[in-house]
Design a binder for this molecule. Structure first.
Ligand SMILES: [Zn+2]
Length: 99
């Protein structure tokens, strides 16, 4: 279905734009960044589009906050895994990585 493809492509574009905007406003207003991340998540669920990998790590699945490493997230490497700790809710995400 061609229509579905267009919807998904549009959704992906919106998700990228929202996260970019979240990144931009994070300093001034983290709440707004959170809201953008949540909208992006809703679009991703509704349109069944995956959140691009680079943004996936910038967002807490548990408390739905936009994360910025060094501010409200800690990123550590251990045993070939990236461990991202959300400092808002202490949720940890482990991502395997291959050097
Ligand atoms: Zn969290």
């Amino acid at each position: 279905m061609r229509n579905k493809k267009i919807i998904r492509r549009r959704a992906l574009r919106s998700i990228n734009a929202l996260f970019k905007e979240a990144e931009r406003v994070f300093n001034e207003s983290p709440e707004r960044a959170d809201r953008y991340a949540q909208i992006a998540r809703r679009i991703s669920l509704r349109c069944k589009v995956r959140i691009p990998r680079k943004w996936k790590r910038r967002y807490c699945k548990k408390c739905h906050k936009f994360l910025r490493p060094g501010v409200n997230a800690r990123v550590r490497l251990r045993n070939k895994k990236i461990i991202i700790t959300c400092l808002e809710c202490n949720n940890r995400v482990r991502i395997p990585y291959y050097p």
